[in-house]
Design a protein around this ligand. Sequence first.
Ligand code: GTP
Ligand code: MG
Length: 370
Amino acid sequence: PEAITVQELANRMAEKAADLVKSLFKMGMMVTINQTIDQDTAELLVEEFGHNIQRVSESDVDIDAAADVDAPETLKPRPPVVTIMGHVDHGKTSLLDALRGTDVVRGEAGGITQHIGAYQIKTKGGDLITFLDTPGHEAFTEMRMRGANVTDIVILVVAADDGIMPQTIEAINHTKAAGVPMIVAITKADKHEANPQKIRERLLEHEVIVEEMSGDVQDVEVSAKTGAGLDKLIEKILLQAELLELTANPDRAAEATVIEAKLDKGKGPLATVLVNRGTLKVGDILVVGTHSGRVRAMLDDKGRQIKEAPPALPVEVLGLGGVPMAGDTLTVVESEARAREVAAYRQEQATARRTTHAPASLENMFSALA
Ligand code: GTP
Ligand code: MG
């Protein structure tokens, strides 16, 4: 029968090998960390440490976090996360800007979006909506590929004076593949050359059938310049969000997804993260990607220092040990030792993925052993 060394199993569980040896000793087995144990014993240990074999997949690197599902009674409503996608120059940033009532475009170099912006707005009715701006579709694809489903709703921006362009089509395909509901925003409706009806017709060719064409995809004509249609767009987003019944447990250790990250000369590694569940707090010890850290400070999208970040709030986090990648998971852990351990474990997995193509998850390990 096939077997695994104690050290290897400890690595896969992100536990100390010495603790495994201790447990084995209590079970009446005298083994060193380099000795092998059989599958039954390994499974016993996994249970002993409270890890769940079934739920572990390659991306669920923090085994404890992956294994616990929030009980229904802990779930509370949360704001929707809306990603704005579309072809270059079709007006994504301008639309978001108009929605925020501020001017980001002017602050951007050449008016081209360099990074994903993440913002939360409060509507007149008091509802919160989180928006993610994309400079194209790359970030969205990357995040989707890494299994981070942070987007609840996609707004497909199509300029009324242009048409369905290559990146429009790619955005449609990615949205469909992700199974995320779409709202079509036909922008630049104020322009002379605007022909919204043509856009609706051309969308049919890509199997996007909007309401006006008797389909079920919501569509709205907007102008970032005049502000026309913005209220209607917000209304449609809230309607769609209501149907999705979005919830999260805010009263637990936080889990978040990295939207963008960079190294700042003065502040060190910075990451804009979106809290998926729990509440991220200043002082929290965390693992993000292959780095550990502690939340030194948090800034909201207006640059204000905040102490706590609830689900669906995008925040910039200071205090990371390194620069993570977009799509990485940030997990709050109970101690620095644990943070270092998990970070080391993730680093090892990342190396393993680079050197061999064999997946290194518990689930795969056990199915391979069976
Ligand atoms: P990338 O991030 O580079 O892909 O572009 P984008 O989709 O974010 O487009 P952006 O918002 O930067 O707008 C591109 C150009 O279209 C700018 O010159 C805007 O002023 C103009 N524009 C955007 N929305 C409108 C609109 O509703 N009406 C008019 N007339 N012009 C608009
Ligand atoms: Mg832009």
